[in-house]
Design a protein around this ligand. Structure first.
Ligand SMILES: *[C@@H]1O[C@H](CO)[C@@H](O)[C@H](O)[C@H]1NC(C)=O
Ligand SMILES: *[C@@H]1O[C@H](CO)[C@@H](O)[C@H](O)[C@H]1NC(C)=O
Ligand SMILES: *[C@@H]1O[C@H](CO)[C@@H](O)[C@H](O)[C@H]1NC(C)=O
Ligand SMILES: *[C@@H]1O[C@H](CO)[C@@H](O)[C@H](O)[C@H]1NC(C)=O
Ligand SMILES: *[C@@H]1O[C@H](CO)[C@@H](O)[C@H](O)[C@H]1NC(C)=O
Ligand SMILES: *[C@@H]1O[C@H](CO)[C@@H](O)[C@H](O)[C@H]1NC(C)=O
Ligand SMILES: *[C@@H]1O[C@H](CO)[C@@H](O)[C@H](O)[C@H]1NC(C)=O
Ligand SMILES: *[C@@H]1O[C@H](CO)[C@@H](O)[C@H](O)[C@H]1NC(C)=O
Ligand SMILES: *[C@@H]1O[C@H](CO)[C@@H](O)[C@H](O)[C@H]1NC(C)=O
Length: 897
């Protein structure tokens, strides 16, 4: 029996079916230098913009045409094209053509692998097929899709000649696969069944899929052209096969089974799509079998209708598609077969951005792009699945262990030898999986307080640093430690006996005096207490002060990006005479501790019941509730970090603070400064902070009457007045804010946190920003711009506190109109005009207008931009007292009425 339906397709039908769909096409001619439009009307672009590596070459084909190509002699790392996906929700076809054709004259076709996103997709072997074309279908849901080539040992240089990106119709190919986040497809076959005249693609297929001719697929076929009626419906098929592909089909003629036997490259899972079109004058029906199993029984192809079937077949090495006749003659018009590939999970975005920040801080391009672990780990990085478990950096300039390292939570091994690290070992306490830490050949000076948190550490290499003082006892808490290398440091004193155990090798050579024997001179171990320096100024030499301000500003500014200055406190000592000089602490009498006492760490632990109850967390550290042996309640502040300034400066400041005693300043009860701890013990104020009382969750706003607010203001101003003028010391608080004003049970107010916050060592800018947020609204703009610090900066901040008391709102908000975001800018014009409608509404009707006027005017003057126009704090105290008395009188009169 012969088939004789052979109706030629009118030419016009072709035109009708040709859509001009080039939106979203990206066609790169690799190594090319000119853009052009090819015979299929596809616009080709030179690839330079999309790839950063590789050398350019070209091949000339025997027929005279030539083709440019790009090869990648740099065998290390990923060689990537980064393809922009303008519509991340779309499905894409990515096609890459690899041509060797002996372009290098070496007759050595390369073998290399190709990855897309995180997935290694295939191995290209140009000795086997040249040119080699790969096609992938994926909805990667990214902005940028990396297509990379990876050399394999002795495989030669990867070489590529074109890269194409094509959007595919929405919903196509996904029905059986579902989730594109974990799967992508690699084309195995796309056959235009029954068609023998070469491949068809764009513009016949508007999506530019290449449909291969059927001619190679013997043993038997009939190729025919059939009319596609104008009302022929493709609407049910999401893959939108072009009509021109469906108008031909392979039809069984002689045997009762139509078979496609398709060898496959790999053992794996495959997605098979069969397309049928009712182009015969009959409606044939047949069973569909895949590898001998019926996957669809009695399938009927209706006349004038197009349809498709898809199957996912798992774990196959070859594929037989068999159509077994039931009625008439089985027919198929097109078929596609894709290998389904798993897409490895990406690393967490926290890890990726931390690594990007680290790359930036090295000042080098480490080639760290896209995912750190897949398809192959970045250089310097080791992975376990999508977890970054090791990081090795050396011979670069990191300077300090930035907090960002603390984000690499899965690290098991961290090697930062020879990276110019200085200061203390910090920010690593959160790395609970860390087993191996190599910080050798740096300039680290202190162990820091987080060492004992590294519960799983096994190897700790600290050789050739500048570690000073004693080896902290807490290292003994690291039970798994079996190598501790402390060679070539400046450590001294006996090693803690608890480190003397069989499972642990401690290397100590090259230190001042370090061993388990107690023969070392212990007197030197307390050096931090004995050598602090105090900077002394002549009170008359104003110039010196501003120089110091500028100097500190510049130094801090460089590190802390201006903002952090707000957290520093600058202490001046007024001496009767003499030049600016430094004196060793040994010359300062021990009685300068005042009434503050020195606590041991053990005592602190007892006092706080082992740090049981945290009552606050500030820029400085954590605050814990504590109880002294006598029953007195205290607030115990434990610093997060020591600073670059180190222990000496801590001792200096404690020494100064311990001399400050005033009823409106929270007093220092004592401190603890054992090698790795810096702890301050303050009197405990049960009333909470002014900020808590104004804005706290359990807002006591209503209980804060105007007279109470004025009392608090007077108290706090008196405290500041004492700091500025009250003693031999001249102290600028530098962090006056409503949360630094504490209340006792009688609503007496005391200023706290003075003089110490400068030791917040934050050279990491991102952390400074988060810390600064709370204080930003209090910052003296003039100090901020000139970096010249005077007491007037405290006055400004205090003025902001006054405005808070008056208006009952925080200094910065993001509600309301932009005009009202900043309390100072918003409130000042109203208050200056005596427009008291902006006064806290809970005060409405309960304040004396003159009292309010006095308070608001002094508040407005305090927040003048020009520091010279601001009052001194003593004047503020006087004015507030007036306002207070006026309000008392008002209350007295209104009570009498
Ligand atoms: C080629 O494409 C352009 C638009 O991209 C279109 O205007 C032109 O008609 C096309 N030419 C052919 C021969 O299809
Ligand atoms: C690749 O190019 C670089 C400079 O562009 C050149 O130094 C190198 O020799 C080239 N490599 C090969 C294998 O041609
Ligand atoms: C992105 O693609 C989806 C599906 O193809 C489409 O619905 C959507 O309109 C496209 N969005 C843009 C901005 O092109
Ligand atoms: C259009 O399709 C219908 C079936 O849906 C068929 O009956 C009709 O003959 C077709 N039109 C032409 C012109 O062939
Ligand atoms: C596919 O068919 C060929 C011959 O038709 C047969 O030799 C082969 O075993 C079949 N493969 C499978 C997996 O059924
Ligand atoms: C196949 O299906 C058609 C209708 O779709 C039905 O008429 C016919 O009897 C079925 N044949 C077999 C063998 O089941
Ligand atoms: C440390 O790194 C510097 C470059 O930063 C390098 O010059 C030096 O040789 C390295 N030292 C060691 C001991 O590796
Ligand atoms: C740490 O790094 C240094 C420098 O590469 C190396 O000599 C030393 O062996 C490393 N330490 C460990 C414990 O691997
Ligand atoms: C390590 O320290 C020792 C002793 O200070 C010194 O001799 C040696 O050169 C240092 N090694 C390196 C690589 O700096």
């Amino acid at each position: 029996m012969e088939f004789s339906w052979l109706i030629l397709l009118p030419f016009s039908a072709f035109i009708r079916l040709t859509l001009c769909y080039q939106d979203g096409f990206l066609s790169l001619t690799c190594g090319g230098s000119v853009n052009y439009v090819d015979s299929s009307n596809v616009s080709w672009t030179a690839d330079g913009y999309y790839v950063s590596k590789g050398n350019i070459s070209s091949v000339v084909f025997p027929e005279g045409t030539s083709r440019s190509l790009r090869f990648f002699p740099d065998s290390l790392g990923r060689n990537c094209y980064r393809l922009p996906l303008h519509n991340t929700s779309s499905l894409f076809l990515v096609r890459s053509t690899f041509v060797y054709k002996n372009y290098d004259g070496l007759e050595k076709p390369p073998v290399f692998s190709v990855s897309l996103g995180t997935a290694i997709t295939t191995t290209v072997n140009l000795a086997h097929t040249d040119p080699w074309i790969e096609e992938f279908v994926w909805a990667p849901n990214k902005d940028v899709l990396p297509l990379c080539f990876h050399s394999i040992p002795n495989g030669g240089f990867a070489v590529v000649s074109s890269v194409e990106l094509r959007p595919l119709p929405l919903g196509a190919y996904s029905a059986a696969l579902g989730d594109w986040s974990s799967k992508l497809m690699r084309k195995a076959y796309r056959i235009n069944c029954g068609y023998v005249d070469g491949p068809l693609r764009y513009p016949l297929d508007p999506y530019d899929r290449i449909w291969d001719a059927d001619e190679d697929y013997s043993p038997y076929h009939v190729s025919s052209g059939f009319d596609i009626d104008s009302n022929f419906s493709l609407s049910g098929i999401k893959e939108s096969p072009p009509c021109v592909i469906l108008q031909t089909g392979r039809v069984l003629a002689r045997w009762n089974s139509l078979v496609y036997a398709l060898p496959l490259d790999n053992l794996g899972d495959y997605h098979v799509v069969l397309y049928f079109a009712g182009i015969l004058p009959v409606s044939p029906s047949f069973d569909v079998l895949i590898n001998g199993n019926v996957v669809y029984s009695n399938y009927t192809v209706a006349r004038w209708e197009a349809s498709s079937l898809f199957f996912t077949v798992r774990g196959i090495r070859s594929l037989n598609v068999t159509l077994k006749a039931i009625a008439y003659y089985p027919l198929v018009n097109a078929l596609e077969v894709y290998e389904i590939l798993d897409v490895p999970l990406e690393s967490s975005s926290t890890t990726v951005s931390a690594l990007q920040v680290i790359q930036q801080s090295t000042g080098k391009d480490l080639g760290w792009q896209d995912d750190p672990c897949s398809p192959t780990p970045w250089e310097h990085i080791g992975c376990d699945g999508n977890l970054v478990t090791s990081l090795r950096l050396s011979d670069i300039n990191l300077r300090k262990i930035s907090p960002i390292f603390g984000d690499l939570l899965d690290l098991k091994a961290l090697d930062l030898h020879n990276t110019s690290l200085a200061g203390e070992i910090q920010n690593l306490g959160g790395l609970q999986h860390l087993e191996k830490l190599n910080l050798s050949f740096n300039r680290l000076t202190a162990f820091g307080s987080e060492m004992e948190d590294l519960m799983n550490i096994r190897v700790l290499d600290l050789q050739n640093n500048s570690l000073q003082g004693e080896v902290p006892e807490s290292l003994a808490e690291l039970k798994d430690l079996h190598l501790l290398n402390l060679e070539n440091n400046k450590l001294q004193g006996p090693l803690p006996q608890s480190l003397n155990r069989e499972s642990l090798e401690v290397r100590t050579s090259g230190n001042l005096c370090l061993s388990f024997l107690t023969t070392c001179n212990e007197s030197s171990s307390n050096s931090s207490l004995q050598t602090p320096q105090v900077t002394v100024f002549t009170p008359g030499k104003r110039k010196n002060h501003s120089h110091l301000g500028v100097l500190l500003g510049v130094v801090c500014g460089a590190v802390l990006a201006l903002f952090a200055i707000a957290f520093s406190a600058l202490l001046y000592i007024k001496r009767k005479r003499g030049e600016s000089t430094s004196i060793p602490k040994s010359e300062v009498d021990m009685h300068t501790w005042g009434s503050a006492r020195v606590f041991s760490y053990k005592e602190i632990k007892t006092t706080t019941n082992n740090f049981k109850q945290a009552i606050g967390r500030g820029s400085f550290g954590c605050v814990y509730a504590g109880k002294l042996p006598g029953g007195r309640l205290v607030a115990v502040k434990v610093r997060f970090d020591k600073t670059q300034l180190g222990g000496e400066s801590f001792i200096n400041e404690v020494s100064l603070l311990s001399q400050i005693r005033h009823q409106n300043l929270v007093s220092l009860e004592g401190f603890c400064c054992e090698l790795k701890h810096q702890i301050l013990v303050y009197e405990f104020l049960p009333g909470g902070s002014l900020a808590d009382n104004l804005y706290g969750a359990k807002s006591k706003k209503l209980t804060l009457s105007w007279v109470r607010r004025l009392k608090i203001a007077v108290d706090a101003a008196k405290g500041l007045d004492y700091l500025h003028n009250g003693s031999d010391l001249r102290i600028i608080h530098r962090d006056v804010k409503s949360s630094n004003i504490l209340l006792d049970t009688e609503m007496n107010a005391k200023v706290c946190d003075f003089g110490l916050s400068k030791q917040v060592a934050q050279s990491d800018a991102s952390h400074v920003t988060t810390v600064v947020k709370g204080t930003a609204g209090y910052l003296d703009p003039e100090y901020y711009s000139t970096q010249q610090l005077t007491e007037k900066s405290d006055v400004y901040s205090f003025g902001v506190v006054l405005l808070e008391l008056i208006c009952g709102r925080e200094p910065l908000t993001h509600t309301g109109t932009p005009d009202s975001f900043n309390l100072v800018l918003w409130a000042k014009p109203y208050l200056q005009a005596g427009a008291f409608e902006i006064v806290d509404e809970s005060l409405e009707g309960s304040f004396d207008a003159e009292s309010m006027r006095r308070a608001s005017l002094i508040a407005c003057r305090s927040v003048e931009r020009d520091a010279l126009c601001r009052p001194r704090i003593s004047e503020v105290v006087a004015e507030l007292k007036e306002a207070y008395n006026l309000q008392l009188n008002y209350l007295g009169t209104s009570a009498a009425n």
